[in-house]
Design a protein around this ligand. Structure first.
Ligand code: NI
Length: 191
């Protein structure tokens, strides 16, 4: 898909965030990924199939989007909500993505929950940062990024990124991330 370089003139607006609940008033859920959408991402495929079967294919994560056009010059923002859980002993996570316009970064401000932002470059350099309420994680341009929920409640972040960033899920699906996060002896193990 060719992203537009045209910037629309839109009206200023304001909306209400509930920082404690991690909700955005008037937002539409744009993406809802179910466990079955996560086939091919977890180390233990049979554990994922069991989860899909036994828990009626639960929603894994959701994003609630702001009504801002995906255009150069705009600043998109959304709430990302990743539910807690394990696939085998691997923590629930998002698919992860590069930006389609690779030279665009992103800010994640954690509102609720505990977790990690796992990041990697196309050259395979890996980096991760901790999510906790009030903690801001910066994913610079060119770094693929994935959220991982290591806590017991939803991991909720406010994400802000250039309007023309776009999402590239394909490359990271092929490459994977060099590290995974598991629960081992009740602790987070990054392997
Ligand atoms: Ni992103």
């Amino acid at each position: 898909m060719q992203l537009s370089r045209i910037t629309s003139m839109i009206e200023p607006f304001a909306l209400q965030l509930d920082l404690a609940a991690g909700t955005m008033a008037g937002a539409e859920s744009c993406i809802a990924r179910r466990a079955s959408d996560m086939r091919g991402y977890y180390a233990d495929e049979s554990a994922l199939e069991r989860l899909i079967r036994e828990q009626q294919d639960p929603v894994h994560y959701e994003t609630f989007e702001s009504p801002v056009p995906e255009e150069y010059g705009q600043v998109k923002f959304c709430i990302s909500k990743l539910y807690p859980g394990l696939v085998g002993d691997e923590y629930f996570m998002t698919k992860g993505h590069y930006h389609q316009t690779a030279e665009t970064g992103e800010i994640y401000l954690c509102l609720r929950g505990q977790g990690l932002m796992m990041m990697k470059t196309a050259q395979g350099v890996c980096n991760w940062q901790e999510f906790a309420p009030g903690r801001l994680v910066y994913a610079p341009p060119f770094w693929a990024h994935r959220s991982i929920n290591t806590g017991c409640e939803p991991l909720i972040s406010l994400c802000m990124y250039p309007g023309d960033a776009g999402h590239n899920y394909g490359d990271i699906r092929t490459e994977g991330f060099p590290k995974r996060a598991f629960q081992r002896d009740g602790k987070v193990a990054i392997v």
